[in-house]
Design a protein. Structure first.
Length: 265
């Protein structure tokens, strides 16, 4: 435990230094649009952490903001992950499908997802459907392309050995192809999670009556820079937490892969 605390202290000193510098600079500047961190933290507490201890100090406003945003983010990311892995496996297993579809996939990947939000607003209307469509379209590409590349990179020797041992198509996919492609699949899912957070906010900013993005719009309309910065800091912290949780899951899920690499070396 002592080593963990020392490691966290060693990695967080720069963040503490930057926050202290921000505090001093903001207080010296006295600019309404550049509030110090202490004022931002106070605004965050006022907005989201002024509830009862039995509810982890979450206020009613926190529930109204966090639940829709997190549900849209995680559901859109999960749908994109399922579609991306399924389609990526199919494309990766078929050389002809890869050659035919690769130009289309590269074109779709290159289209900036925010530019399609007006189309999604017309097609799905304002609300959950539009936000999920924007998130799924924007984050499916890293999962799909990484999965296809991972499947195509499976060593032919592994597949031949599986056939020799009598493994059928589904068994080869389950026990050989997917485990071999897992590191790239997880890499795509991790990138997609960051994209999902960005697109969740953009979709809420452009057409939502609830969520963190809606709270940012309200802060702008009410001329509350401290609450606007509170939303920005909250999103940054949320991204760090989601990334940290995903890394824990990835490390546990791929522990066998690291062990196999150590044994091979």
């Amino acid at each position: 435990m002592k080593h963990v605390a020392l490691a966290l202290l060693g990695r967080s000193w720069l963040l503490v230094l930057l926050v202290a510098a921000w505090e001093l600079a903001a207080r010296r500047a006295g600019d309404l649009y550049f509030p110090p961190p202490t004022r931002i933290v106070s605004a965050m507490r006022e907005l989201w952490w002024s509830g009862p201890a039995s509810r982890l100090w979450l206020s009613d406003r926190a529930v109204d903001d966090f639940v829709p945003s997190l549900s849209h983010l995680l559901l859109g990311w999960a749908l994109a992950g399922i579609v991306g892995i399924a389609v990526g496996v199919v494309i990766g297993l078929s050389r002809i499908a890869y050659l035919v579809l690769d130009p289309v996939l590269q074109f779709g990947r290159a289209v900036p997802p925010p530019t399609l939000i007006p189309f999604f607003m017309v097609a799905f209307g304002l609300g959950t459907s539009m936000q999920l469509a924007a998130i799924v379209f924007g984050v499916v590409w890293p999962v799909l392309l990484n999965t296809a590349d991972g499947v195509r990179a499976v060593e032919p020797v592994q597949l031949d050995s599986a056939r020799v041992f009598g493994l059928g198509g589904f068994a080869r996919l389950r026990y050989v192809v997917l485990p071999a492609a897992a590191p790239r699949i997880f890499a795509g899912l991790r990138v997609a999670l960051g994209f999902a957070l960005i697109l969740m906010v953009i979709a809420e900013l452009m057409g939502s009556g609830d969520g963190i993005g809606s709270r940012l719009n309200a802060a702008e309309r009410e001329f509350r820079p401290d609450q606007l910065w509170a939303g920005i800091v909250l999103l940054g912290a949320l991204g760090c937490v989601l990334n940290g949780l995903f890394l824990l899951v990835e490390r546990k899920a791929l522990a066998w892969h690291r062990g196999a690499r150590r044994m091979s070396t």
